[in-house]
Design a protein around this ligand. Structure first.
Ligand SMILES: Cc1cc2nc3c(=O)[nH]c(=O)nc-3n(C[C@H](O)[C@H](O)[C@H](O)COP(=O)(O)OP(=O)(O)OC[C@H]3O[C@@H](n4cnc5c(N)ncnc54)[C@H](O)[C@@H]3O)c2cc1C
Length: 403
């Protein structure tokens, strides 16, 4: 094992903070709800909050199998992108006739997240830093130029940078060029955003139960409501929003659309002022390289570097297990790539290493639907770009008005 990884802790950096709230009690007995939300990640929290914003009198219950933000929501890179289609290129390929509207809606969605953070005074380091895509191989330069043209066509103000310009932003000897979108992404502390949404939901009257895994969803009770079964209780609900991410879908049909894929992350010690000066990064953008197996990285508020990506690992049979959260081979590869990118930081230690599962779908962006005679709505498939897009997903209403 590289020396830099000798002392890493296995808890996700974001969840390893004194600001973590105490757990809420699990559900005991029978609850009644007009809307029951399953899952306490961004999808579920936004769904509950937006339902209350629309109708403050609505009776809303949220049940989470573990802790709020325990899933992808507390483990991600904290890139809160304006794209709701997993990037402009993917959006253009999948929805060529609608991409202009989807880009506009995505930017509005990111604006709305910023407004909610301000309105509810959520202390989560939300910063509209923009995003820098970097080319580290000559073949990637063409892709960036194409992306710049696509963005221009939609009136998105990106800037194509040559090697000197991109290194003036962030100094790595591996960079050959870059594309900067100064407005299309924010960085955020995802756990503190989720905890702030939890607090806001509670203040709005949402009843939240943690450590309450739903084991079955049944229809057919006399009042036509759905019954959510949990180990020590149940919820009788007029409508249900299923926001369970990649985890063992309660709805059979979702199993055909979702592939659980693991993604891994490292976080360094805080950089000293001299270390930070050696790499620049004045604008503190989120960064991603343009490789097929790409890395994503960013600064935290206390000037650590979060460095993740590259390997995307599928385990046989779609296995999801706590033991898979650690993968030394991937951490070793990530540390080596980090050193090649920033040789100035040679010897810096990593304090945190973790993994998390991504709800990958073949379309690479979220899909929505209803089941149980229109009483249940589901959303899943964010494929690693759901921090921002999950608010857009939560804001959708089907014609029957599930949410
Ligand atoms: C390592 C990693 C890095 C990522 N980086 C980024 C990034 O930088 N930017 C970005 O946009 N996206 C990123 N993502 C993806 C992003 O985290 C997700 O798209 C987003 O958090 C999705 O939120 P969610 O609420 O849909 O799912 P989750 O956060 O996974 O929440 C689902 C919740 O449902 C609960 N649940 C499941 N089943 C049940 C049940 N039966 N009963 C009760 N509760 C249940 C789970 O416990 C979980 O808390 C990353 C993901 C990972 C793993």
């Amino acid at each position: 094992m590289p020396r830099a990884l000798a002392n890493t802790g296995s808890k996700p950096y974001w969840l390893d903070q004194p600001a973590a709230p105490d757990p809420l009690p699990p559900l005991h007995g029978t609850e009644q709800a007009e809307l029951a939300v399953i899952g306490g990640g961004f999808s579920g929290l936004w769904t509950a909050l937006l339902a209350k914003e629309r109708d403050p009198g609505r009776n809303v219950v949220l049940v989470e199998g573990r802790r709020i933000a325990w899933g992808g929501t507390g483990r991600n890179g904290g890139f809160c992108s304006a794209s709701i289609t997993h990037g402009l290129g993917n959006g253009h390929d999948r929805f060529p006739g609608e991409i202009d509207a989807l880009e506009r809606l995505g930017r509005e969605n990111l604006d709305q997240i910023g407004r909610a953070v301000a309105r509810y005074a959520i202390d989560c380091d939300f910063a509209r830093t923009g995003e820098l895509a970097v080319a580290t191989e000559p073949w990637q330069l063409d892709g960036l130029a194409q992306a710049a043209l696509g963005a221009d066509r939609l009136g998105v103000g990106t800037r194509l940078l040559d090697a000197g310009q991109v290194r003036a932003e962030l100094n790595s000897p591996t960079y050959l060029g870059g594309l900067w979108d100064p407005d299309g992404c924010a960085t955020v502390d995802p756990a503190r955003l989720a905890w702030g949404l939890r607090r806001t939901c509670l203040a709005a009257g949402v009843r939240i139960y943690e450590h309450t895994p739903v084991t079955a969803i049944r229809s057919g009770n006399a009042a036509g409501r759905l019954t959510l079964s949990a180990p020590r209780g149940r919820v009788l609900a007029d409508k249900v929003a299923l926001a369970a991410g990649a985890f063992a879908p309660l709805l059979r049909r979702l199993r055909y659309y979702l592939v659980p894929v693991y993604d891994y992350v490292l976080v360094t010690r805080p950089l000293s002022a001299a270390q930070l000066a050696s790499i620049g990064w004045r604008h503190r953008q989120g960064v991603g390289d343009a490789g097929n197996q790409f890395h994503y990285y960013r600064l935290t508020a206390d000037n650590r570097i979060l460095w993740g990506g590259y390997d995307a690992v599928y385990y046989y049979g779609g296995k999801i297990a706590a033991s898979l959260d650690q993968r030394p081979a991937t951490f070793g590869a990530l540390a080596a790539h980090f050193n090649a990118t920033f040789p100035q930081l040679d010897g810096i230690e990593f304090t945190h290493s973790w993994g998390g599962v991504i709800d990958t779908c073949s379309r690479f962006c979220a899909f929505f639907g209803t089941a149980k005679s229109g009483r249940l709505a589901y959303v899943a498939g964010y494929t690693g770009l759901g921090v921002g897009a999950s608010r857009f997903g939560a804001d959708q209403r089907d014609p029957g008005g599930v949410r």
